[in-house]
Design a binder for this molecule. Structure first.
Ligand SMILES: [Zn+2]
Length: 69
């Protein structure tokens, strides 16, 4: 039983250490802060700046925009 607790504590320690070291990894670029939108045809998520907006509808590419109408 004590052994199990030790393993659990060890695992938590590793997880916390991992979180701390990986925190600085994702670059705080505009991409992360950017709004994500979803194509109405294929349901793929993409940043708003890359999406095609047409009459209040959102599409990932021109082909899907034409298909959505
Ligand atoms: Zn699409």
């Amino acid at each position: 039983m004590t052994k199990l607790l030790l393993i659990v504590a060890f695992t938590i320690g590793i997880v916390l250490w991992f979180k701390r070291t990986s925190r600085r990894e994702p670059p705080r670029g505009q991409r992360a802060a950017e709004d994500m939108v979803r194509c109405e045809v294929c349901r793929v998520n993409l940043p708003r700046s890359e999406a095609i907006l047409s009459r209040g509808h959102i599409y990932c590419c021109d082909e899907h925009r034409l298909r959505g109408h």
